[in-house]
Write a protein that binds this ligand. Structure first.
Ligand SMILES: NC(=O)c1ccc[n+]([C@@H]2O[C@H](COP(=O)([O-])OP(=O)(O)OC[C@H]3O[C@@H](n4cnc5c(N)ncnc54)[C@H](O)[C@@H]3O)[C@@H](O)[C@H]2O)c1
Ligand SMILES: [Zn+2]
Length: 291
């Protein structure tokens, strides 16, 4: 049974975090102000059919097992994703991303795949679930830029999706299309193999080295009076939740800034119900102020 931590006033939490070493864990909530929807927020278009807080994959999201099940699934994935990417690639970092780059934490761990922390200039970071702008060949493992694949797919499907620009882009950067069997998929340029976006799908594991780097950064906070700040994540997915659990176990304060409940509310030293952009901008201003 989860008991929500008492709400703490924003200013008090900013004071608490002002001088501490920080590891920051971000989620989809950090990018909603850039126009990329989340899965579980109150304003999410999944409202009413949201996955549970300890959830499996959200409705309509392709799992890894489905993706590798055969050419029809890959055709469906790439058709939807190709149309959605046309718009997702133009998303810009928001105030929260820029503030985090100024805060310059020990490590920024993001569950987002949109690349916006990198674009905002954050240096020490782990993209836990990879980046939607990278493509990996499942057969020879070569990683290539999505922009290049996009141009090849455009050439193979010159008018595809141009009549569907009204469709809403979903959290994964795809759109829902009923018919996709007319879409022509491109294979790996090197070996002809199957291409997949280089992101961790539901049903896949985060590579071990990435997880270990994050654990090490969290562990290192304990003897330096540091804190783990979670911003804009429901922590429904275990791959992010485990860092909050690790910190809490070691007595490292966990601070959560989120609109709505999270799975780690009962582990948190402080919880603030606030927008990530506004909160992080206020925190950045405090931390950069002369002592
Ligand atoms: N931008 C992206 O790259 C993106 C977007 C959606 C989903 N995903 C993937 O799906 C998974 C989703 O898990 P998650 O926990 O990151 O997302 P989530 O959708 O489960 O949780 C997001 C949380 O942020 C809150 N929120 C939304 N906008 C906010 C704002 N401006 N300020 C404060 N809170 C806000 C929501 O209420 C919600 O509780 C991740 O693992 C990620 O890989 C990525
Ligand atoms: Zn290949």
């Amino acid at each position: 049974m989860t008991v929500a931590a008492a709400e703490t006033a924003e200013q008090e939490v900013i004071g608490f975090l002002a001088e501490r070493p920080l590891v920051v864990l971000t989620g989809a909530g950090c990018s909603t102000d850039s126009g990329i929807p989340d899965y579980r927020g109150p304003g999410s278009r999944y409202a009413g059919q949201q996955p549970p807080l300890r959830g499996s994959s959200p409705p309509g999201v392709m799992t890894y097992q489905e993706f590798v099940s055969g050419p029809a699934a890959q055709q469906r994935y790439w058709a939807r994703s190709h149309v959605g990417w046309t718009r997702m690639r133009h998303a810009e970092p928001n105030t929260g991303h820029l503030a985090l780059a100024r805060i310059d934490p020990d490590l920024l761990i993001t569950q987002n795949v949109d690349g916006l922390h990198e674009r905002a200039g954050t240096r020490r970071m782990v993209a836990l679930h990879g980046r939607i702008a990278d493509v990996v060949c499942l057969d020879c493992r070569e990683v290539t830029p999505r922009g290049r694949l996009h141009d090849r797919l455009d050439a193979l499907n010159p008018t595809y999706g141009q009549d569907r620009l009204d469709l809403e882009v979903r959290p994964d950067g795809d759109v829902v299309l009923e018919r996709t069997d007319d879409f022509v998929v491109a294979g790996c340029e090197g070996c002809g193999g199957r291409l997949k976006p280089d992101v961790v799908f539901f049903g896949e594991n985060v590579p071990k080295a990435r997880v270990e780097r994050c654990y090490a950064a969290v562990d290192a906070l304990s003897h330096r009076g540091g804190a783990l700040l979670v911003a804009g994540s429901s922590l429904a997915v275990m791959s992010g939740f485990r860092f909050a659990r690790r910190a809490a176990k070691a007595g490292i304060p966990v601070v959560i800034v989120n609109r709505g409940a999270t799975r780690a509310d009962d582990l948190a030293a402080h919880r603030v119900e606030a927008g990530t952009s506004e909160f992080l901008a206020a925190l950045a201003a405090t931390r950069s102020a002369p002592a």
